[in-house]
Design a protein around this ligand. Structure first.
Ligand code: SF4
Length: 388
């Protein structure tokens, strides 16, 4: 069994009462059947409280308080079930969150979700370091030859894209190269995260066509040769790309299209929609260019880590829907929306932007988008026809 996870997956520890935005607020909390039966059997006053607080009208859930809090989340933001009955008594969702796993054949991906503030801090500020661990146990699922080939190619695509994102992230001294983001006017933004995003979108467009023809060998050969925007621009057609990657995601009009999608999503509250609205109201070309110039090269590193997070987490789903392109589009879309909100925050902060701002915005974005399959599907469907 191949088990792959980022280094921050094992570093993650819930910070409990110190958490700025507990995962026990706003979301419907599903209780697995085994735990539900156990909670029903708990004796005494606490057992009565458990039974009063559960609902099984449409699956087993906790009945949230009017303010959206879990009924067992106390004033100190600590869990009363944990305190009364111990950690082993938590339902699967509460034990696992923000960890997530996906198993196909003998491969399992594990990571932690960007929507958790502590996980977001690790994802954005920690090392990008993916660990492949070979476990002795067997998943029990056998793939046929063709599915094995598809899975291998998807994993190779994911690895190729993440390797490319990680390239030139830091110099030999561990510092992001200076002067990455030196845009002077709208449309000429060559921040490294955008150059990489544009290059990846182009590569994946090509790979999607080869994937549709089941020409996996061509994709593998290109990944082996490494993705590189500079080499591609020199090599022209030999690179497998017809032309140098064009700037697809950096114009105001493109960003407006992306933000329009937000209005059509099911959102937990109006935070994301109001940020999108503010971007539309506050945008002006001169300020945007200043934001891109002033935010510093570490900003590119944070964005690149978020892109890597989305690719690592969602590329594997292409195994089921055969759509590798919408997975890279989703990663680029997420970073583009986050960038718009970052601009608003930068303006509101008096033209200052810190890593705490990035962590806060990225995790709020992820909380809205990633915890709704409908939202994820809606966004992917938009890209299916329009691209980023
Ligand atoms: S959101 Fe993360 S850090 Fe906060 S309580 Fe939940 S698991 Fe812990």
């Amino acid at each position: 069994m191949i088990h792959e996870y980022p280094a921050y997956y094992t570093e993650f520890r819930c910070i409990g009462g110190k958490c700025k935005d507990s995962c026990c607020i706003s979301w419907e909390l599903d209780i697995d059947d085994e735990t539900y039966e156990y909670y029903k059997s708990v004796q005494g006053e606490f057992g009565d409280r458990l039974r009063r607080s559960m609902n099984n009208d449409d699956g087993n859930t906790f009945v949230l308080c009017d303010d959206g809090r879990c009924p067992f989340l106390n004033k100190e933001n600590l869990c009363d079930i944990y305190t009364e009955l111990g950690e082993a008594s938590l339902c699967n969702v509460c034990t696992e969150f923000p960890r997530s796993h996906e198993t196909i054949g003998d491969y399992t991906r594990s990571d932690v979700g960007l929507s958790c503030p502590e996980a977001a801090r690790l994802i954005i500020t920690g090392d990008i370091n993916y660990v492949t661990h070979i476990d002795k146990y067997d998943s029990g699922e056998r793939l046929n030859r063709s599915d094995k080939k598809r899975l291998k190619t998807i994993l190779a695509i994911k690895d190729g894209l993440i390797d490319y994102i990680e390239s030139d992230m830091y110099d030999e001294a561990g510092i992001p190269p200076a002067g990455k983001a030196d845009s002077t006017k709208e449309g000429t933004d060559n921040s490294s995260w955008k150059t990489k995003a544009n290059t990846m979108v182009k590569y994946v467009e090509k790979w999607q066509l080869q994937w549709n023809d089941e020409d996996y060998k061509k994709i593998d050969a290109k990944i082996d040769a490494k993705i590189d925007a500079k080499i591609d621009s020199k090599r022209g057609n030999n690179s497998g790309l017809k032309e140098e990657p064009e700037e697809k995601i950096s114009t105001h009009e493109k960003r407006l299209d992306m933000l329009d999608i937000i209005e059509k999503l099911e959102l937990l509250d109006d935070t994301l929609a109001s940020w999108a609205k503010k971007y539309k109201e506050l945008y002006d070309e001169t300020s945007w260019s200043e934001f891109v110039r002033e935010r510093g090269s570490l900003y590119d590193v944070w964005m690149e880590k978020i892109m890597a997070y989305y690719i690592f987490r969602y590329m594997i789903r292409a195994y089921y829907d055969n759509n590798i392109q919408t997975k890279i589009d989703m990663a680029v879309y997420s970073c583009s929306v986050i960038e718009c909100v970052d601009y608003v925050r930068w303006l509101e902060n008096g033209r200052c932007f810190q890593v705490e701002d990035m962590i806060d915005i990225a995790r709020k974005y992820a909380k809205e988008i990633e915890h709704s399959e409908e939202n994820l599907e809606y966004i992917e469907e938009e890209f299916l026809f329009a691209g980023v």
